[in-house]
Design a protein around this ligand. Structure first.
Ligand code: GLP
Length: 233
């Protein structure tokens, strides 16, 4: 794991953007993307750049069950707003939160991930150490599946919703094994509420109790942290 310390989210977004440019030069064709407040500055850098994604494929980590592109809290809405409307890819995949048959949707997603192995994956981290929506206890060998969100994640994500009852209780998420299959991973974390999760990820034991700790076993991971998120390292 290479830890990169930055002043703030803007500098972190720039650092991640520089890593992306290197990977594109090296031939990356499939980008793994994440939502949440963490990667917003990174997407701003990308949008302001002259990078052209019209020949690239993107694959997102997760989507809430029950939300679609019409809902401004869905991850497809977030991606359209922050990236895809401004920098279209050849094709962009997200799990379909409105799929009637969730098992079939999970199967579809695992098949497309097998067809488009991710070269460069952006990640955030939850306060409890989750990546994607792989909550504590998620199996390290897990592929895409339907997951139940923990009360702490529902509470953390409720800041984006009108009220906590509006937060979906399930999501479709790429599994830990799917995430670990990416050639390069860039995880960003900002703010003191991420400090414990960052410590567990970097210095703690590799355990399913702290899903992000699995990244210690990956050969090519960059962790970008501001002072607050990195204060316990
Ligand atoms: C959600 C997402 C994660 C994200 C995490 C942190 O639960 N599924 O992909 O990393 O929240 O979000 P934020 O970046 O807003 O702190």
């Amino acid at each position: 794991m290479k830890v990169i310390r930055v002043k703030d989210q803007i500098e972190g977004g720039l650092a991640a953007f520089e890593l992306l440019k290197e990977e594109l030069k090296a031939g990356a064709k499939v980008l793994g993307l994440a939502t949440g407040s963490t990667p917003i500055e990174f997407y701003k850098q990308v949008v302001a750049s002259d990078l052209d994604f019209s020949d690239l494929v993107s694959v997102n980590l997760d989507e809430y069950v029950g939300l679609g592109s019409e809902s401004d809290q869905s991850y497809i809405y977030f991606m359209n707003e922050h990236l895809f409307d401004k920098k279209p890819f050849k094709v962009s995949y997200l799990p379909n939160g409105l799929a009637e048959d969730l098992d079939a949707e999970v199967e579809r997603y695992n098949a497309l991930l097998a067809e488009h192995p991710v070269d460069f994956q952006i990640l955030g981290i939850g306060r409890n150490g989750h990546i994607g929506f792989n909550e504590p206890g998620s199996p390290f060998d897990g592929l895409t599946r339907v997951v139940d969100l923990t009360p702490s994640t529902i509470e953390a994500n409720s800041r984006f919703f009108e009220k906590e009852e509006d937060v979906p209780t399930q999501a479709i998420s790429m599994g830990i094994a799917s995430i670990m299959a990416s050639k390069t991973l860039v995880l960003m974390a900002y703010g003191e509420e991420k400090a414990d999760a960052v410590y567990g990820m970097v210095n703690g034991p590799v355990t399913e109790d702290v899903p992000a700790s699995v990244l210690q076993d990956h050969p090519n991971v960059y962790v970008i942290v501001d002072e607050a998120a990195g204060q316990k390292l």
